[in-house]
Design a protein around this ligand. Structure first.
Ligand SMILES: C[S@@+](CC[C@H](N)C(=O)[O-])C[C@H]1O[C@@H](n2cnc3c(N)ncnc32)[C@H](O)[C@@H]1O
Length: 264
């Protein structure tokens, strides 16, 4: 992908998250979804008692706070490109000498951090980073020997036969949903396996009621993934229309997760 396209995607992502913090916080406080997602990742990571951890794409701080709770003697740095999301993070956390937030780009980790980490996580962020190869390469360099990197990647909504439910719903709704993503999952998996020969990869399936998923995909940044380049009010109308054609009851929301370890 050329640099101009990368910059364009990043500007759009940052703008969409700047406009998302209130709804993001409200959704997370009510549903605790990102917490559940992050817990599934952390359950497979082994973190030392006094870990130094970098949370790339920390957003409103949900994942950073959870890391701090899971490893109370750790020191956590949250990095995000969205000033709006970071403002919410800082106001939730107040002053803590165990948790700091940095505004910046995931592909420039080595400019902001010059000391090694025990763990670097990308919780619900890597699929938004078009130059993830650059970011993950720098993360690998920043890890201590034996340190770990973990990520969660949004895959999609499926029925039991493996059909993509956004595609199915749009065959009827005809809203023009975009199934293209700035980061292709198979390419990311390949790159991750090459970068971290010692790795594991697995799917986490969340069963969520369709109204909760509609709420999730109505967050400004999430609706922009489905309908890029359209005004928010129009995106929400389109999301509502799509969900009229989704199955009712619980729907399978699939995330792909990866954990890699730097060789000793
Ligand atoms: C879905 S949120 C996840 C937030 C958090 N990890 C959580 O679990 O709640 C994704 C975050 O990644 C950030 N992000 C996306 N691309 C980024 C980039 N290139 N550099 C830094 N942060 C980025 C967004 O601004 C957003 O806050």
């Amino acid at each position: 992908m050329d640099q101009q396209k990368i910059t364009k995607i990043k500007d759009a992502v940052r703008g969409n998250f700047d406009a998302s913090s209130d709804r993001y916080v409200a959704f997370e406080e009510k549903r605790g979804f990102f917490r559940a997602l992050n817990a599934a990742l952390l359950s497979r990571m082994q973190l030392p008692e006094r870990a130094e951890i970098l949370d790339v794409g920390c957003g409103t701080g949900a994942s950073s706070l959870q890391l701090l709770e899971a490893v109370p003697q750790s020191r956590v740095w949250g990095l995000d490109c969205s000033a709006g999301m970071l403002e919410a993070a800082r106001s939730r956390v107040g002053g803590s000498d165990r948790l700091s937030f940095v505004e910046g780009d995931a592909a420039r980790l080595s400019e902001y951090f010059t000391f090694p980490f025990d763990a670097i996580i990308y919780s619900a962020s890597v699929f938004l980073i078009p130059d993830y190869r650059e970011s993950l390469s720098q993360a690998a360099d920043l890890l201590k020997e034996g340190g770990q990197v973990g990520l969660t990647f949004m895959d999609g909504l499926y029925d039991w036969d493996g059909n993509n439910l956004f595609q199915r719903a749009d065959e009827v709704a005809r809203e023009g949903v975009s199934l293209r993503k700035p980061v292709k999952m198979a390419e990311l998996q390949l790159f991750f396996r090459e970068t971290f020969p010692d790795h594991e990869s697995w799917n986490e399936d969340f069963m969520l009621p369709e109204d909760v998923l509609k709420e999730f995909f109505s967050i400004p940044a999430m609706s922009a993934g489905l309908f890029p380049g359209i005004e928010y009010s129009d995106r929400v109308k389109k999301v509502t229309s799509l969900f009229r054609h989704m199955p009712t009851g619980e729907i399978l929301f699939r995330w792909m997760m990866m954990r890699g370890q730097k060789g000793r």
